[in-house]
Ligand binder design. Sequence first.
Ligand code: ACM
Length: 469
Amino acid sequence: MPDPLALVPLPQSVVWSDGTWETSAPWEGLSVGLNDALPATEYALSISPTGAALSAGSEAALADGRNTFAQIVTGTNGSIPCVTISDRPKHAWRGMHLDVSRHFLPPAEIETLIDAMALHRLNVLHLHLTDDQGWRIEIKGYPRLTEVGAWREQSLVGHMGEDEESWTFDGVPHGGSYTQEELAGLVEYARRRGIMIVPEVDLPGHMQAAISAYPELGNFPEQQLGVREVWGISDHVLGVSDTVFDFLRDVLTQVADLFPAPYVHIGGDECPRAEWERSPAARSRMNEWGLTRVSEIQGRFTQFAADVLAEKGKRVIAWDEVLESHLPDDTVIMNWRHGNGVKDSTSRGFRTIIANNEHTYFDHYQASPKDEPLAIGGLTTVKDVYTAKFSPHKLSEDQQTLIMGIQGQLWTEYMPTAEQVQYMAFPRMCALAERAWGSPEQSWEEFEERLRAHLPRLDAFGIRYRPLD
Ligand code: ACM
């Protein structure tokens, strides 16, 4: 029979049957239970005229099943079509990244995004909590990180042209931060919906906000910086003193205690070496460490963070630049720069998450810039996401098994409000979720039609999105 309801992501097996379940309280009529006979990642959902039953091989799979049920009941009005669904994800990591540094997003808005992620059976929220333009997480013992580092005096207006003379600013202070209690609340909110929050503390670059709060964290402590007001990459990176490593130990320890996820993301992207080249202190540290190349300093940071986190039973995730210097074998690589990187990191034996800026950067325009709100650049349509070839090279079976999953990115330089974040996320996130889930392959035309029928659910959740063409 034709599909009475559109489901996104499409489950692995969906068999609709005649009849409906008439109910005004579907959640009360859903029976739920673990079933040891099912594989850990699998759930089975059946709806008959007399009720609904969900069973699964694990709590995580139960959450997936509940989230599919949520789609079904959000798409119906008291009359639910009968169906038998058997389903499991292809990838363990089905992620969305959210940059709350470039623009602060209140916890309630993060919860709305978590609701929408759950609806699409995404299971990881990667929170980018620190950057040059704002430090957003309370760290006990370092009050200035949020008193000073969470606020910038103003923000660049429009694109960041080459010519500094052309830059204009809004003159409006921007900032905000999360207490540890608020973050613990978000962790629990997400957990109840089947989502793990993975925190990122970006190091040793992207640290200007922290260095503004505590100049002794920089390479030139006599220099008082401000929290960065323009985008792009700051030259101001962490220094190499004992003070800096003590700071990192404190930060990573508190972060590890706050977030139960088995991973902490330590950034590692875009770390200019100019300050280390100029700093006598960095030179003498290199001698002490027996390093000959300045680029190897970053490897020291990666290893230090990994050691601190290992004591807490956690593993490091980092952006793919960390492959250029020393790193522990169990580092998980988040590939962002080029599709070729997936082959490089997996051929070296590293577990890898696909997050490439060709297909998964939702700060890019989603249609012609002349018809769209200002974005950072690029063009990534929802069709591009749905049809993406995530690795341009064929991977061996061993390499395939190292792919943990796929993640979309929301860098928020040009997303000052929750509405704008939603507009940029949707509907591309729906296509990403379908790819990360590994739904049976369909034509773009089939997906587009199913997505069109699915979008009213986003309306029901109060989510803004770019309409389909
Ligand atoms: C990145 O886009 N700098 C990871």
